[in-house]
Design a protein around this ligand. Structure first.
Ligand code: DGL
Length: 267
């Protein structure tokens, strides 16, 4: 047997958001061991210059490599757009997946209406995002919604509907039209706000039929595919693996909050 199969899988994000991808990976590969690094000491990445995001991402990846990981998920749209190309060059033998806003699935499901893409200002500014829009968006109404500051709600596990309504009214409402059919959650923190977004749409806009789409399952599935391709999936034992969470913040509660999000019931 290939001994590398027993090594853990690394996950990184600027903070707690990547847990939304990790939980899909745990469901898909329950026997694997995972090491998750949240860089909450430096969150948010989404309004920092690209160079700084690259530097921070490389540092986190270095830390994860100390755990002798067999594969890596950059579970952060912002870090993926800023650094994934370089990481693939730096670690050509490491199975590595990034995440990008799920514009392609949104277009595949489209009924011809407007598609909103909520993401960090940095993700929206990147060449990678423009390329995604050019590749899949032609003939469709795809509109970017920069969500500066939304990540902080999740980092603080602050899911108060009234407060979030104030945020959404200012940042989301101006983009909502009668023909809006879906919203892509283009930042890994946002899936934890799904029920808050749906509640806002229902109560403030009388909209019950807008679909929320995110790339977490697709990314976890791709990670599994890459590991299988290299014969790195664990042998079937029926024994559940474990998840180790590390966080760069000096606030010791961040790790506790991370496990709480990992176990948060999904809608
Ligand atoms: N979770 C990250 C993403 O997917 C970004 C959050 C941040 O701004 O740090 O884009």
């Amino acid at each position: 047997m290939n001994p590398d199969k027993n090594k853990p899988i690394g996950f990184m994000d600027s903070g707690l958001g990547g847990i939304s991808v990790l939980r899909e990976a745990v469901k898909l590969m329950p026997e694997e061991n995972f090491v998750y690094y949240g860089d909450s000491a430096n969150v948010p990445y989404g309004n920092k210059p690209r160079e700084e995001i690259r530097r921070l991402t490389f540092r986190v990846v270095d830390r994860l490599l100390e755990y002798d990981i067999k594969g890596l998920a950059i579970a952060c749209n912002t870090a993926t757009s800023a650094a994934v190309k370089d990481l693939r060059i730096m670690y050509p033998d490491l199975p590595l997946v990034g995440i990008e806003p799920a514009i392609k699935p949104a277009i595949e499901q489209s009924r011809g209406g407007r598609i909103l893409v909520m993401a960090t200002p940095m993700t929206i500014k990147q060449e990678k995002f423009r390329h995604l829009l050019e590749t899949y968006g032609e003939g469709h109404e795809v509109v970017s919604v920069p969500c500066d500051g939304l990540v902080s709600f999740v980092e603080n596990c602050m899911f108060d509907q009234e407060l979030l309504n104030v945020y959404f009214k200012k940042h989301l409402s101006p983009f909502l039209t009668d023909n809006t059919e879906s919203i892509v959650l283009g930042c890994t923190h946002y899936p934890f706000l799904k029920s808050n977004i749906l509640e806002f749409l229902r109560t403030k806009h009388k909209r019950e039929n807008i679909v929320l789409i995110d790339g977490s399952f697709g990314t976890a599935r791709e990670l599994k595919r890459r590991l299988r391709e290299k014969d790195l999936l664990k042998e079937t034992t029926g024994i559940p693996g474990h998840v180790e969470i590390i966080n760069s913040s000096s606030d010791s509660e961040m790790v506790e909050k991370s496990y709480a999000l990992l176990n948060m019931p999904e809608i």
